[in-house]
Ligand binder design. Structure first.
Ligand code: CP3
Length: 358
């Protein structure tokens, strides 16, 4: 199946947007900019809308998810919306009782740790994704020529939450299962690849103009384990987008040792965390792929001249890559002053790199 004729990438709305052009390897007049976690707790209008409500319930209420997605686009003038949802939404829709504890993250009271736990996993019924399709369709109708990015969690990061039962420092239980019971591990990762792949595909079919996989915990793996026990499943998740001509971004934290393996997944662009200078990342990849990143989120609270100089450095290093999508090196911290983000967008759009600007 290809994209429907009314899709924003096909009917002319977003194909020439700065984001889509950059993801396809072009360098528009100015680089596109958006922020991971731009929709969320740094915005007072988000907190007002969410007050008292459950996070995952908000994700499954199309009007709410759509409005929260649009908030940062209106406020900051970023070059893309990222769909308001969570990596664990398809897990919930597949029937596992996962929830999000404020300030902590996803929690599963009965973690998936044994072969019989894995065998009890059921496939995700595509009909359950209807609220997601509806929210995306509502959102792209409002966004016009601004592209929407759909996303999902990469299988390893998703599996880490399911095996650990919540956030963990170094994913020890997940890594233990990977080695102690590689068969169950493979079944679990395939399940994660399929639910996340279906989730992302539903967003793209409903109108998202790009797709990003988040592999937030992949930095805890050795390169050998990544290659053997994880990368084939990430590829399986990406394969769910087969036939859809949509640019695909991979973002991970702590990926310096596995960047070539990430490129080998066949993605169109690679998101880089704040630890790897973009010119070094580009050199590692043979200067062959557009890069996304990598302003250090910690510097969002620094005085403007310090932040501005850092942004100039990121932009300068980003010129080595075939194309550059400006972003943070990880998500917006909740305590960020939203005005700083707006100012950053204006600064990057102005296209100047004079660290003395105040
Ligand atoms: O603005 C956007 O980026 C779109 C929405 C989005 C959310 N989560 C909303 C959210 C996206 C893309 C995610 C991805 C996500 N979720 C990742 C990968 C990216 C990353 O940050 O590493 C991961 C690991 C998760 C799992 C998760 N969900 C965590 C760790 C948390 C934070 C817990 C906390 O409260 O600190 C969540 C909850 C969550 N997801 C919030 C938001 C806005 C905050 C919950 C709230 O507002 O009550």
């Amino acid at each position: 199946m290809t994209l429907p004729p009314a899709h924003p990438l096909v009917d002319g709305r977003t194909a020439q947007s700065h984001l889509v052009r950059a993801l396809r390897g072009d360098r528009p007049e100015r680089p596109p900019v958006w922020f991971m976690r731009q929709a969320g707790r740094s915005l007072p209008e988000y907190r007002a809308l969410r007050a008292g409500g459950d996070m995952l319930q908000a994700c499954l209420t199309p009007e709410l998810a759509s409005e929260i997605t649009l908030q940062p686009v209106r406020r900051h003038g970023v070059d893309a919306g990222i769909f308001f949802s969570d990596i664990v939404v398809p897990v919930l829709l597949a029937g596992l009782p996962i929830r999000i504890e404020p300030g902590r993250g996803p929690v599963l009271d009965e973690p998936i740790r044994t072969a019989s736990d894995v065998l009890r996993l059921r496939p995700l019924d595509p009909a359950a994704l209807e609220p997601i399709r509806e929210a995306v369709a509502m959102t792209v109708a409002e966004l016009g020529s601004t592209p929407l990015i759909g996303f999902g969690g990469a299988p390893f990061t998703l599996a880490a939450y399911l095996v650990e039962g919540g956030p963990s420092k170094d994913q020890q239980r997940a890594r233990a299962m990977m080695h102690a019971d590689p068969r169950s591990w493979a079944v679990l990762l395939n399940w994660c690849a399929d639910v996340t792949g279906q989730f992302v595909r539903a967003q793209v079919e409903a109108g998202a103009s790009a797709a990003q996989l988040f592999d937030s915990w992949v930095g805890s793996l050795s390169a050998v384990d990544y290659q053997r026990r994880v990368a084939p499943h990430t590829k399986r998740a990406l394969d769910h987008l087969r036939g859809l001509e949509v640019p695909r971004i991979h973002f991970g934290l702590g990926t310096d040792r596995i960047l070539p393996q990430i490129a080998a997944l066949g993605v169109d662009a690679v998101g880089i965390d704040w630890r790897i200078p973009l010119d070094e990342a580009s050199a590692t990849l043979g200067d062959a792929l557009p890069l996304q990143g990598n302003i250090d989120p910690a510097l969002l609270t620094a005085p403007w001249p310090v932040l501005g100089a850092h942004v100039d450095d990121v932009l300068r290093r980003g010129r080595r890559a075939p194309a550059h999508i400006v972003n943070l090196g990880h998500g917006v911290p909740p305590e960020t002053d939203p005005d700083v983000l707006t100012r950053l967008v204006q600064y990057i759009h102005a296209g100047e790199t004079t660290p003395t600007r105040t």
